[in-house]
Design a binder for this molecule. Structure first.
Ligand code: CTP
Ligand code: MG
Length: 230
């Protein structure tokens, strides 16, 4: 079962505070975005990649894609102000392939086994997202005061990839745009339409590179994986 992937990479990387889009930061001497692209380049089930990028960065990204021989990038589209808009623009560039994955450019450590499970679950159940059970105790706070301790057993941290049927997620994005609804992930747009979304247990290593400490974690994950056989 083949799939297409939309990779939003059109953010600013404000929390990274690197003075440029974090997608260009080097991890183990290779740009962050290239790490992410390589996973899909090497996955036989991936039939094409659509990238959403900032208009000012299109050329620089095209150059990187060539330099690192990423052959599956079919389209590079202009991203929007919000991630949701970037994804929507990416979706519009896909035709035909029924299953589509949406995956953050800033999550370089996604494993192919999880991608496989997401695609299979989507084929069977309609939609699936990667996530991990929360590890910390979660409390509800008002002002400076704890209001409640939330039961952790039903709480998951949600990651990407998120996998859908192209037609359904495109429709969900169109509806959200029309209603001015801005969700924090793509699954929430499906939930708004009461469409079921399954969860696939992901991997705590599938971090999103967000703040400067994440670069240290990233180096550690790479070091660990270098000691693993593929
Ligand atoms: N993204 C995007 N278009 C936007 C905003 C974000 O394509 N308008 C992408 C980012 O490039 C990233 C992914 O969505 O790959 C997840 O977003 P996030 O981690 O928040 O990245 P940034 O928005 O770049 O970072 P920050 O919020 O700290 O500015
Ligand atoms: Mg952001």
């Amino acid at each position: 079962l083949k799939y297409h992937v939309v990779i939003p990479a059109a953010g600013q990387g404000k929390r990274m505070n690197a003075g440029k889009n974090k997608q260009f930061l080097l991890i183990d001497q290779v740009p962050l975005l290239i790490h992410t692209l390589r996973v899909f380049e090497e996955d036989l089930l991936c039939s094409g990649i659509v990238l959403a990028v900032n208009e000012m960065e299109i050329e620089e990204i095209e150059t990187l894609v060539k330099e690192y021989r990423i052959t599956k990038v079919k389209n590079i589209v202009k991203g929007g102000k919000e991630r949701q808009q970037s994804v929507n623009e990416g979706l519009k560039a896909i035709h035909g392939n029924p299953v589509v994955l949406i995956h953050d450019g800033a999550r370089p450590f996604i494993r192919r086994e999880i991608i496989r499970e997401l695609v299979q679950t989507t084929d069977a159940n309609g939609a699936a997202v990667a996530g991990v059970p929360v590890k910390d105790t979660i409390k509800q706070v008002q002002g400076q005061e704890i209001v409640a301790t939330v039961d952790r057993s039903s709480l998951w941290s949600i990651q990407t990839p998120q996998a859908f049927h192209l037609e359904e997620i495109s429709y969900a994005h169109q509806m959200a745009e029309k209603q001015g609804f801005l969700g924090t992930d793509d699954a929430s747009l499906m939930e708004k339409l009461n469409r079921p979304v399954a969860i696939v247990q992901g991997d705590y290593e599938n971090i999103k590179i967000t703040t400067p400490e994440d670069l240290l974690f990233a180096e550690a994950i790479i070091k660990k994986r270098k000691g693993e056989v593929d």
